[in-house]
Write a protein that binds this ligand. Structure first.
Ligand SMILES: Nc1nc2c(ncn2[C@@H]2O[C@H](COP(=O)(O)OP(=O)(O)O)[C@@H](O)[C@H]2O)c(=O)[nH]1
Ligand SMILES: [Mg+2]
Length: 471
């Protein structure tokens, strides 16, 4: 493993009350020592630590007040608080020093440069967390939860990340692996000493254990992904319809800003416009699309194609039609493209009608949830929001801080489940123990991908590269 000392600015760039430079590794303390000066109470001048106290003798987990000084020219860079967290009681399990300086980009870069001059190297994105993982302080699911916490946009997604960082998913996976190791030990014994323990493997019991302690928990976790992944990723909502029905007006209303251009000219929205908003505590990722219609405009054609792809990846489609106009051929064309998705029909511009829209809707549309709104006059929007929530809330877990695997976990869980079925099939049909043993080992490997024990290096690199620098 890389034994260098790494450093980075851990707070976002831009002005701020404070900014933090983080240093981790074997030289963290000596580097800090070479640039941190205490203030002498009598002369009010910075004194070098070697004249008073050295950083390594500073108490762990306490703040010390002083100055950062470039000793080559005696210049004071900033007045700071220094926090020392000695190994192994730190985020990375290495010696860690945090310099809490003022939060200007210029001063932070100056201090970071000094730290690098003294022997640290710039940390890569996620490298602090990667070290926490490699040094065994956290598993991969907990490392991923760190990104989720940083990216969380709602309380619910934060709750999920928080239960994952506590090790909720990790401990479930570890329990399954432990059960499998028991079964594996018996099977291996039967392979190695067929005479002594030949009948010691109780296939019925092994089957029972795999079913109860592996298959059922795996199924529950996969189902939890299906039902609740949008709690972490956001529910993907897409607004679709013919041109000029008010799709962009609704988008702007929902995200509460002028995100999409609204004009009375059909074909205004050509590209996909995406934004997020928080609906009653749930994250929603909403996309406004180009109106579907026959057009020869090449830009619009690309926009319509992109809209189609987006529909396929969405969780819920808002199919918008103009309540004041008749259901025309164009609307039917749109409908055919979305009818396989979960839908809400949104009848807009009801302000132009004296009475309720005349429901000359095609038969096929009758059973689809439907709502009347006026996007321009902000009417019916609460009803629409209620319908959006209802459309997925019914599948949602009771406990909002429950464990929700991410897509990467889910794929590994599905492979584990598939292999578990194969192992059970083998036990039932009396397949040779050597083959069953291979299956069980590969379930353990797939489960290990979730927690990071058997995850391939390129997958790990990919996960950590999604972090920001300084985490
Ligand atoms: N009367 C009325 N006009 C609306 C309503 N919603 C949108 N419009 C108007 O319809 C036109 C097209 O709106 P826009 O949001 O750009 O439609 P899009 O092409 O579907 O995105 C604009 O002139 C809007 O002001 C509504 O609820 N009532
Ligand atoms: Mg538009």
């Amino acid at each position: 493993m890389d034994n260098s000392t790494i450093a980075a600015i851990a707070t976002p760039m831009g002005g701020g009350g404070i900014g933090i430079i983080k240093i981790s590794g074997p030289d963290a303390l000596s580097i800090a020592e070479s640039i941190f000066f205490k203030i002498d109470a009598k002369s009010d001048k910075p004194v070098h630590l070697s004249d008073s106290v050295v950083v390594s003798s500073l108490k762990s987990h306490q703040l010390s007040y002083g100055n950062i000084v470039d000793s080559s020219n005696g210049r004071i860079l900033d007045e700071v608080l220094l926090a020392v967290m000695k190994a192994p009681f730190s985020y990375t399990r290495e010696d860690v020093v945090e310099i809490h300086a003022h939060g200007g980009a210029f001063v932070l870069k100056g201090i970071l440069n000094l730290v690098i001059e003294k022997g640290a190297r710039l940390a890569e994105p996620g490298e602090f967390t990667k070290r926490a993982f490699i040094n065994g302080r956290i598993d991969l699911t907990q490392a991923e939860a760190v990104i989720d916490i940083i990216n969380a946009r709602t309380l619910t997604s934060m709750d999920i990340a928080a239960s994952q960082i506590k090790g909720g998913l990790k401990s479930q996976i570890e329990d399954m692996i432990e059960q499998l190791l028991h079964i594996l030990a018996e099977i291996e014994a039967a392979i190695d000493f067929p005479d002594e323990v030949g009948d010691a493997v109780n296939n019925e019991l092994a089957l029972d254990n795999i079913q109860k302690h592996v298959v059922l928990p795996l199924k529950a976790l996969i189902e939890q992904y299906e039902n609740a992944h949008f709690l972490r990723d956001g529910l993907k909502l897409v607004i679709v319809g013919p041109p000029n029905v008010g799709k962009s007006t609704l988008m702007n209303l929902l995200v509460n800003k002028d995100r999409s251009i609204v004009t009375s000219i059909p074909g205004t929205t050509r590209d996909l416009i995406e934004d997020t908003f928080n609906l009653r505590g749930f994250p929603i990722v909403i996309t406004d699309t180009a109106g579907f219609h026959d057009t020869s405009d090449p830009v619009e054609i690309i926009g319509i194609k992109k809209a189609q792809e987006n529909i396929e990846n969405s969780d819920l489609v808002l199919f918008m039609v103009d309540a004041a106009s008749k259901i025309k051929h164009e609307k039917r064309i749109v409908f055919d493209k979305i009818k396989h998705k979960r839908l809400i029909i949104v009848l807009n511009k009801t302000d132009l009608l004296d009475s309720d829209p005349r429901l000359d809707l095609p038969k096929e549309w009758e059973d689809i949830p439907r709502v009347n709104i006026s996007a321009r006059y902000n009417k019916g929007i609460e009803d629409l929001k209620g319908m959006i929530t209802d459309s997925y809330v019914k599948d949602m877990p009771e406990n909002r801080s429950s464990i929700v695997p991410n897509l990467r976990h889910k794929k590994a869980l599905e492979q584990s489940l598939k292999t578990a079925s194969s192992a059970m099939e083998g036990l039932r049909s009396g397949r040779h123990y050597e083959l069953i043993s291979i299956d069980i080992q590969s379930i353990i490997n797939f489960l290990g991908e979730v927690t990071g024990i058997t995850t391939k290096p390129d997958v790990l690199d990919n996960i950590f590269s999604n972090f920001c620098i300084g985490k």
